[in-house]
Design a protein around this ligand. Structure first.
Ligand SMILES: Cc1cc2nc3c(=O)[nH]c(=O)nc-3n(C[C@H](O)[C@H](O)[C@H](O)COP(=O)(O)OP(=O)(O)OC[C@H]3O[C@@H](n4cnc5c(N)ncnc54)[C@H](O)[C@@H]3O)c2cc1C
Length: 195
């Protein structure tokens, strides 16, 4: 593959674990790993990198290689939380956008995209309305359905990635193969949105 191009994505699912990587152009890339763990769990005594090397040692060869090639200091760790979509986002002349309005699991990689979309829509609404309260109401009503759908889809995708039961995992593999085109089309329509 050509590492200089951007947007090449691969995601791998296992039993309660997942790993993915994305090229971001100019020969650079980032990777991510997810595993079920108790909230706020401290790093293992061996350190983050060694812990990940052990967790993914028998995965597709490029995965342990990528972990080994990464500086320990560049490995960030964060707990992930989900929350069902709620309204309202604002009151009077104050409103929220981005994660503050609709926190989202990163499983579809859409959180920052939605924050940018929000910023564009709120700008358009403020330009079209002299009253900021009306502008914020218009912004929220334009954005709620899309952000709700993505938050819920991210949650479903997160649940799929967390499966630990072997039968359920096998079923997931079969379903993903059967639904390849449906999944591809749903990403296409997600990315086709124009704010
Ligand atoms: C592991 C992971 C992977 C992700 N991958 C993707 C991806 O591939 N694609 C994608 O689109 N999204 C991704 N996201 C989601 C994305 O990072 C967030 O949705 C995005 O950063 C939200 O932007 P925001 O501006 O709403 O909030 P934030 O980025 O959280 O910005 C809020 C800022 O406000 C600051 N702040 C907080 N309180 C105060 C205060 N009292 N005073 C002043 N400043 C304050 C914070 O320090 C922060 O800098 C990922 C998230 C995670 C955790």
């Amino acid at each position: 593959m050509d590492w200089s191009t951007s947007g090449f994505i691969r995601e791998f699912f296992g039993l309660g674990k997942a790993f993915g990587f994305v090229t971001i152009g100019k020969g650079r890339m980032y990777w991510y790993a997810a595993a079920k763990a108790p909230e706020g769990q401290a790093d293992a005594a061996v350190g983050r990198k060694r812990e990940l090397q052990e967790l993914f040692q028998d995965w597709y060869t490029c995965i342990p290689e990528l972990i080994t090639a990464t500086d320990e200091a560049n490995i960030l760790k964060t707990d992930l939380y989900d929350r069902v979509p709620v309204r309202p986002w604002g009151q009077h002349n104050v409103t929220l956008l981005g994660d503050a309005a609709h926190p989202t699991l990163p499983t579809l990689g859409q959180g920052a995209c939605m924050a940018l979309e929000d910023a564009l829509v709120i700008t358009k609404c403020l330009l079209a309305n002299s009253d900021p309260i009306a502008a914020f109401q218009q912004y929220e009503s334009q954005r709620f359905a899309r952000t709700k759908a993505i938050v819920e889809q991210s949650l479903r995708s997160g649940r799929m990635g967390q499966l630990e039961n072997r039968v359920a995992v096998r079923l997931r593999e079969v379903l993903m193969k059967l639904m390849k085109r449906v999944i591809h089309n749903s990403f296409k329509s997600l990315h086709a949105y124009r704010a």
